[in-house]
Write a protein that binds this ligand. Structure first.
Ligand SMILES: Nc1ncnc2c1ncn2[C@@H]1O[C@H](COP(=O)(O)OP(=O)(O)OP(=O)(O)O)[C@@H](O)[C@H]1O
Length: 658
């Protein structure tokens, strides 16, 4: 209410409103002309004459055939233009656009020269199939298709361009073949764009005149469609021409008004998302999932796994040699979870995409268990991917989403849905099985996405920041669920994360990437104790200062020095790691044993669980994080800007050679 009121209250600038109103008047005037000049009394007589009804029948036949042909040929063409890079693509796109800008009569001449009796293909068509297009209804269909199909291709290509490839890639990672992905994910998701394109195409075919009369002629009962009839009537009976024009106008308007929701591109998704009662298998998209599994070419079907079964299934180790942007070898036994961490741009996503076979930027020689999947396309690898936002298919219920992988592998519908329901139950979202993704919270959607990936029985599981979108409380809960379910997974799981808690608590190993290469690959305890880069140390909440070994410690890269109990070879590069809880904070310079004492200023105080983290800036050392109890902070009277002394015992400094 409030929004619509504020919308109506805002006055548009006159410089825009005036020409816009003029444009509306300009478009409206001819329509008003038809309405004003229609002889309403004779309308019935004009429209029921045999010539007019015959022309109307022909128009409908021709325009629907043209629409059908445009869908049959134009949908694949739009997909090709939107999804495949090939030489001469710009030229093909220009070719598609050409009939839109070509005068229709020129189009007709071109059709004659291409498909006419003396055209390039005409004699062959006549000789082989006995088809003569000119003066035949099929010629009118060809002419209408020629001028109308571009509308479908262009609007569908636009819709496909707006669809994030993540959904299609996820579907492929769930074993769906490219054709199945197209039918069950791409098409339903671009349905509004397709409907809009189809409406335009049909309307254009219905109104086609120039190319038809030039190519197919004006033969009553064969090629004389309504627009041609209007042209004839205009010379002999202008009133009848007006009535027929009104009829064409009414038909076109009716179609456009009926489809108006689709023009916004959101109608179907919107209606899908608010309908809570979208029941098992009743939505058209759900039905599309029940297509025969001949569409599939995924991994060999096995009986749908019962997630509660204690019987051991096959297990899959991982051996990957990655080249390209990433240069690394990765080995892991079944059941191992590896956290992949690294700075922005370190190559985490590229590594996952290489394992999926989805990027030309890196190539993975990939062996899962005893199976070399290197040469297999993404949908045959058995590598399931859960992207950051889950990428649940918005047109499918949680149940249909979860059953997607099994259906793609050819598992029977009932069996797939039963297994999907068990997975959803197991992840605590079974009661939401019939909801669409838009009706799920972030945490629920993440669980469904995980259920969907696990239900597809992958040999390798890739999770891209699975908890990033969740708030802290939900994150802790979902992390717990995730840990429980990963424990039962019989393959290797890679989790990309920026969250140290996630890395340490979920993973058996932490793989630290730097510029696409392995900087460290070790258990969390080892990485926490001896992080091999300042970035990892800081990510794990440690202070990390880089420097060069000299005497009893390190000469720091940014100036200053730190004393450590352990010694390294003089001149070697190393990191000095200091746990925040090992840093003491004082208001006066401390006496006694600590060898490392710096003066500084409190820059920031933040809460970290039940303790406080104090960031201390100093002219004598790099920034230092200290962890203190709230009670100690209160006793010291710490506030931002307080002048303090910080100290660290030499025995609390760990030196990690670089
Ligand atoms: N399609 C692409 N074409 C060219 N360079 C790319 C492409 N995608 C990524 N890159 C580059 O490759 C490098 C690795 O990118 P990647 O997305 O794998 O990093 P990341 O570790 O996942 O980063 P983030 O933490 O920001 O997600 C970056 O330098 C990035 O700019």
């Amino acid at each position: 209410m409030t929004r619509s009121r504020s919308r109506t209250r805002r006055r548009p600038p006159a410089a825009l409103a005036l020409p816009a109103l003029l444009a509306i008047a300009f478009l409206l005037m001819p329509l008003l002309g038809i309405l004003a000049r229609t002889s309403w009394g004779e309308l019935g007589t004009h429209l029921t004459g045999p010539d007019v009804t015959e022309a109307l029948r022909l128009s409908l036949v021709v325009s629907f055939w043209a629409l059908g042909l445009s869908l049959l040929l134009g949908v694949p063409l739009a997909w090709l233009l939107a999804r495949v890079d090939f030489p001469g693509k710009a030229l093909v796109r220009s070719l598609v656009l050409l009939p839109m800008v070509l005068p229709p009569t020129v189009g007709g001449v071109a059709l004659l020269l291409g498909f006419g009796r003396r055209g390039l293909l005409g004699p062959w068509l006549e000789g082989t199939f006995g088809i003569t297009l000119p003066f035949h209804t099929s010629g009118a269909v060809v002419a209408a298709t020629f001028v109308a199909m571009p509308f479908l291709v262009i609007s569908l290509e636009g819709a496909l361009g707006g669809l994030r490839p993540r959904y299609e890639e996820t579907a492929a990672s769930l074993s769906a073949s490219p054709f199945r992905v197209f039918l069950t994910v791409t098409l339903p998701m671009v349905a509004p764009g397709l409907a809009a394109g189809a409406a335009l195409t049909w309307a254009r075919a219905l109104g086609e005149f120039g190319a038809t009369i030039t190519f197919a002629g004006n033969l009553p009962g064969a090629t004389q469609t309504l627009p041609l009839q209007v042209y004839l009537l205009l010379q002999d009976s202008p009133e009848a021409a007006t009535s027929v024009s009104l009829l064409l106008l009414a038909i076109a308007m009716a179609v456009l008004v009926a489809l108006r929701g689709r023009w916004t591109g959101s109608a179907s998704v919107r209606s899908g998302s608010v309908r809570s009662g979208s029941v098992r298998g009743t939505s058209p998209a759900d039905a599309a999932l029940e297509e025969p599994s001949t569409l599939d070419a995924g991994p060999t079907p096995q009986p749908a796994e019962n997630p509660t079964s204690a019987e051991p299934g096959p297990s899959w180790s991982l051996h990957a040699e990655v080249t390209g942007f990433n240069e690394l070898t990765l080995e892991a036994d079944p059941g191992i979870t590896i956290a992949v961490v690294g700075e922005n741009g370190a190559g985490k996503t590229t590594l996952l995409r290489a394992l999926l076979g989805l990027t030309p930027r890196a190539h993975a020689e990939l062996r899962l268990g005893g199976l070399d999947v290197t040469a297999l396309p993404p949908h045959k690898r058995g590598v399931a991917w859960v992207p950051q936002d889950g990428a649940l298919f918005p047109h499918l219920t949680a149940l249909a989403n979860t059953a997607y992988g099994l259906r793609a592998q050819g598992v029977a519908r009932g069996e797939a849905r039963a297994a999907a329901q068990r997975w959803l139950d197991r992840l605590g979202v079974g009661h939401l099985a019939h909801r669409k993704p838009a009706q799920l919270s972030g945490g629920q959607a993440q669980r469904v996405a995980l259920a969907r990936a696990l239900a597809a029985r992958p040999r390798l599981l890739l999770l891209d920041e699975p908890l990033a979108a969740l708030d802290q409380t939900t994150r802790a809960r979902v992390r717990h669920t995730l840990r429980t379910h990963l424990a039962g997974f019989a393959g290797v799981c890679l989790i990309v994360t920026h969250d140290p808690v996630e890395a340490v608590s979920l993973a058996d190993r932490v793989l630290v990437l730097d510029a696409g290469r392995t900087l460290q690959d070790a258990p969390p305890t080892e990485v926490t104790r001896n992080p091999r880069s300042p970035w990892v140390a800081r990510m794990l909440g440690r202070n990390a200062w880089a420097g060069e070994a000299s005497g009893d410690g390190l000469v720091l890269a940014g100036g200053g020095r730190i004393v450590a109990a352990e010694q390294l070879r003089e001149g070697s590069r190393a990191l000095a790691i200091i746990a925040p809880e090992s840093v003491s904070v004082h208001r006066k310079r401390p006496d006694g044993s600590p060898r490392n004492v710096w003066s500084g200023t409190v820059r920031e105080i933040t809460a970290s669980g039940s303790r406080l983290r104090v960031l201390i800036g100093s002219a004598e050392s790099p920034d230092l994080i200290a962890e203190v109890t709230p009670q100690a902070a209160a006793e010291l009277g710490l506030v931002e800007g307080s002048a303090v002394w910080s100290s660290v015992k030499a025995t609390e400094v760990t030196l990690v050679p670089l």
